[in-house]
Design a protein around this ligand. Structure first.
Ligand SMILES: O=P(O)(O)OC[C@H]1O[C@H](O[C@H]2O[C@H](CO)[C@@H](O)[C@H](O)[C@H]2O)[C@H](O)[C@@H](O)[C@@H]1O
Length: 343
């Protein structure tokens, strides 16, 4: 088994790849039916605010919208684990399925390689994890796969952001950059001063409004403020992650498309399905698009990182970044053994 590549929050290689995706809108505000429809999406009134608030609460595992009946939570968990077994418990079966194939490993970053922390700037991999994922060729895909870069020249690069030494392979939303900068400035000036604990992060093609440190009573005003800012930008959409609201360009691009792009860039697009074994590990709902791609290709394995039952298209689960580390360690050992046997 040969480990071919790692994708950090998405991952890696060094040739330019032009792959413009279909676009649903243009980035600037303006007329047209599609703009009006999009504007209407963020302006449905109280019902929308209520369902967003429910969703914001559900993004925290400690919150349950309904209290489970005694014993029901255990039964739900057992049933879920039966359908999505631990990738560590089933490691031998996974290694057997991957035997003789090129293994391409795609890793989400936050909540997968690095534990969830209150301050997003402090979300870094431990040295131990870093040493496992350090490869000569590392591909990076940030902003939910909208910023794909080739290998960085700096072998000590520990952070999640690609640096100037890495080459851009694909930026399907590049024309949105000026709009994203404008909206970032608007969010910083309007949200941060009025909502204590709110933090706006500029991830280039995805602006993250963190509410992990915001009192729950202020979640509705926070959502309203973000919605008010976006009213002038119908080409952008609002989505939600783990205690974070995310503003992104409205294009048909997601982590599933990024995974397909990278498989193509790595030379696996036309490869016989039996020659490659992609493994995608992620914790967020945005990773579901990648899990679905693997299911549709009937190839490799999707692994969801979660302690709690969630609706998922992943086949396997791992509980937390520590288990991801153990899984990667086992993968490295099996890979090294296979290399030794083949030499
Ligand atoms: O889809 P991802 O690649 O997992 O990105 C989603 C967001 O991840 C980061 O936020 C999350 O991790 C933070 C650090 O642990 C945590 O504070 C936050 O509550 C989590 O949502 C990242 O900072 C965001 O920009 C991403 O949108």
């Amino acid at each position: 088994m040969t480990k071919h590549g790692v994708v950090l929050e998405d991952v890696a290689a060094a040739r330019h790849f032009s792959f413009p995706p279909p676009r649903t809108t243009t980035p600037t505000a303006g007329g047209g039916d599609s703009f009006r429809k999009l504007a209407a999406q963020v302006d449905l009134g109280a019902a929308v605010v209520g369902s967003w608030l429910d969703s914001m609460k559900a993004s925290s595992p400690r919150h349950r919208l309904m209290a489970p009946l005694p014993g029901a939570a255990d039964a739900e968990h057992d049933d879920w684990m039966e359908r999505h077994p631990s990738a560590l418990d089933r490691f031998d079966a996974l290694a057997a399925a991957a035997k003789g194939k090129q293994v391409a490993v795609f890793l989400d970053y936050d909540g997968t390689l690095s534990p969830i922390v209150e301050d997003p700037d402090r979300a870094v991999m431990t040295d131990e994890v870093f040493s496992f994922v350090r490869l000569a060729e590392l591909y990076y895909a940030g902003s939910h796969g909208m910023d794909i870069r080739g290998p960085t020249a700096d072998p000590n690069h520990h952070g999640k952001a690609a640096d100037s030494s890495s080459s851009v392979l694909c930026q399907p939303a590049s024309e949105f950059l000026p709009v994203m900068e404008e909206v970032y400035a608007a969010l910083v000036s309007r949200v941060e001063p009025s909502i204590p604990g709110a933090k706006v992060e500029n991830n280039k093609f995805c602006l993250s409004v963190h509410f992990r440190c915001v009192e729950e009573a202020a979640w509705a005003p926070l959502f309203e403020l973000v919605r008010a800012v976006l009213r002038d930008y119908p080409g952008l959409r609002l989505t939600q992650g783990r205690k974070v609201l995310e503003v992104r360009p409205m294009i048909r691009w997601d982590k599933g498309k990024a995974l397909e792009f990278l498989l193509t860039a790595l030379g696996f697009a036309d490869a016989d399905k039996d020659d490659v074994f992609p493994i995608y590990v992620g914790d967020d709902r945005t990773d579901e698009d990648a899990f679905r791609v693997l299911r549709a290709r009937g190839q490799g394995a999707g692994i969801l990182v979660s302690r709690f039952p969630k609706e998922t298209s992943a086949s396997f689960t791992l509980r937390d970044p520590a288990e991801v580390k153990d899984f990667l360690r086992k993968l490295v050992v099996v890979n090294a053994d296979a290399d030794t046997n083949n030499s």
